[in-house]
Design a protein around this ligand. Structure first.
Ligand SMILES: Cc1ncc(COP(=O)(O)O)c(C=O)c1O
Length: 435
């Protein structure tokens, strides 16, 4: 064999360009260090100070000693040893969820995961058992979930969003479920980001949320709600999560991420899975416990050290993460305002160019009159010094070829203004056929 493997004989996902998308998003900015980058959905780095990390760790250790009454040897075990599969900070997360979202969570129904990404993989693995099972996704869709589905050889069916700012269309979901069942398929769950979705920036209004929950109840479809951006509203008050609105019906598995509300380097997220699972003998337990079994064979447990730092941050914020994120919310809201104003200034009179107006979050989408693919991006980065993300990779059923995603989270308002001016030069020259 002499160290050579044939790609065609490895898992099919490895030849799928979808699996390059996450690395592309994380690394493209580094490839063009001079360019202004609207590409990565990263939090603004000036919020972070490495000197804060020991303080957060210390806060958590103090909590273990003083509030939980652990002995020194128990504290040592908690942070140095292999830990509980479901994690060690679930009680703190449950309290923050109650304060921030009005979600009542039994800590036993929580699993602390290696980012929301691991949560997606675990939920999809558990829910989809056979070749007829289908995962519905709001489309355009975050590549983390379509990528996880691809790893699991799981069929994905896109469900369109309702217009450029509307979020997942509940009636389109009902239609898709009906069609799939008529074709002998088993639609299992629908993945949705109701607040400031990645990549579209779209949000569902409260009426659409309630309608979606009714569709879930009447069709027996679980909703997988992913909520990394919910704190970062730009206009109007925060809307209730699907999980909060759903109450005791338990049609929603909730995915949380600390990547944007604390920091992504921790790689800590969680899932709330309070559904009951019943076996053939009528014994029942929590879905969270089944997911923990899968986790035990995936990552064993989420790093205790990383959990301790996030736990310290939760404690430092009085177990109210929304309040602690108010400066970040204001920063991102101002950036989105700047982006939308600059787009208006630059493209107001350019035919064939339009964009949406997200009510918050990190992302907006611009439609242009030419193919906005990886080759166009390369030209734009090298010649015009500005980076963005092609939208076609976010459309599992095809589409988005003439759209690009702009992320405004990683830049200052001045960089955003200059970046849009550069983008405008690229778009107008490309439209005029000069490239
Ligand atoms: C919609 C969505 N879900 C989840 C994540 C990632 O979460 P985590 O870093 O916790 O895995 C992201 C990050 O970009 C995202 O946009």
């Amino acid at each position: 064999m002499s160290g050579v493997l044939k790609l065609g004989e490895l898992h099919g996902s490895l030849a799928d360009p979808l699996l390059d998308a996450m690395t592309f998003l994380n690394e493209v900015t580094g490839r063009y260090p001079e360019a202004i980058s609207f590409a990565p959905g990263r939090p603004y780095e000036e919020f972070f100070d490495p000197a804060d990390i020991p303080g957060h760790l210390e806060t958590y250790l103090r909590h273990l000693r003083e509030e939980k009454g652990l002995t020194e040897s128990q504290v040592r075990q908690e942070v140095f040893q292999y830990g509980r599969t479901k994690g060690i900070i679930a009680p703190l997360i449950a309290r923050a969820l109650a304060a921030d979202e009005g979600i009542t969570a039994d800590p036993e129904a929580l699993v602390v995961t290696v980012g929301a990404q691991e949560g997606m993989l675990l939920v999809l693995r558990a829910l989809c058992a056979g070749p007829d099972d289908v995962l519905l996704v709001s489309s355009p869709c975050y590549v983390g979930v379509t990528g996880a589905a691809r790893l699991l050889d799981l069929t994905v069916r896109p469900v369109p969003e309702a217009g450029p700012d509307g979020g997942l269309d509940p009636d389109a979901l009902a239609d898709a479920v009906r069609e799939l069942r008529a074709a002998g398929k088993r639609p299992r769950a629908c993945y949705v980001v109701p607040d400031f979705a990645n990549p579209s920036g779209a949000s569902m209004d409260e009426r659409a949320r309630r309608r979606l929950l009714d569709v879930a109840e009447s069709t027996g479809i679980l909703l997988i709600e992913d909520n990394p951006y919910g704190f970062f509203g730009r206009t109007g008050p925060a809307r209730p999560t699907l999980k909060a609105l759903d109450g005791d019906r338990r049609n929603v598995v909730y995915l949380g991420s600390f990547a944007k509300t604390c920091f992504p380097g921790a790689r800590v997220g969680y899932l709330l899975a309070d559904q009951q699972v019943v076996d053939e003998d009528g014994r029942s337990g929590l879905l969270a416990d089944e997911l923990a079994k899968l986790k035990s064979m995936t990552t064993v447990n989420t790093s205790a050290l990383a959990q301790a730092v996030i736990g310290g941050m939760l404690l430092a914020g009085g177990l109210r993460l929304r309040e602690a994120n108010e400066p970040a919310r204001q920063f991102y809201a101002r950036n989105m305002d700047t982006l939308l104003t600059e787009l208006e200034n630059a493209f107001r009179s350019v035919p064939g160019v339009s964009w949406n107006s997200p009510e918050g979050g990190f992302f907006a989408v611009v439609t242009v009159p030419f193919r906005a693919d990886a080759r166009a991006l390369d030209v734009c980065a090298r010649t015009y010094g500005v980076l963005w993300t092609p939208m076609d990779g976010f459309h599992p059923g095809g589409g988005g070829e003439r759209q690009l995603r702009l992320s405004c989270s990683y830049l200052t308002p001045e960089q955003i203004a200059e970046g849009v001016r550069r983008l405008a030069r690229f778009v107008t020259e490309r439209t005029a056929g000069q490239n």
